[in-house]
Design a protein around this ligand. Sequence first.
Ligand code: SF4
Ligand code: F3S
Length: 112
Amino acid sequence: MTYVVTDNCIRCKYMDCVEVCPVDCFYEGTNMLVIHPDECIDCGVCEPECPAEAIKADTEPGLEQWVAFNTEYAEKWPNITIKRESPADAEEWDGVKNKLETQFSPEPGEGD
Ligand code: SF4
Ligand code: F3S
């Protein structure tokens, strides 16, 4: 199994998760992060740290799409291990529906 980042991270991007991961397996896009499923050791410590509740265990039903998504973008985006400032309007995006369809950017983030 693995943990994955799901759509509510988009434009929230709080980055509390990167500080607690013991194996540094988060990767950064311009407006969200993903977890590399092959690197995640399933420790679970990041899940409760996300204020947007965007991190899920892949044992929850219906997450196959997100495992594939995290795998794809972890290969394309740079590694991030240091929390920076989250977007100024992050709270306004928490819980907004259909962010994958309307707000996702495939562009890589800055990384560390
Ligand atoms: Fe990192 Fe553990 Fe979260 Fe996996 S579950 S991304 S290893 S903190
Ligand atoms: Fe995203 Fe939550 Fe991390 S919003 S950047 S998964 S703390």
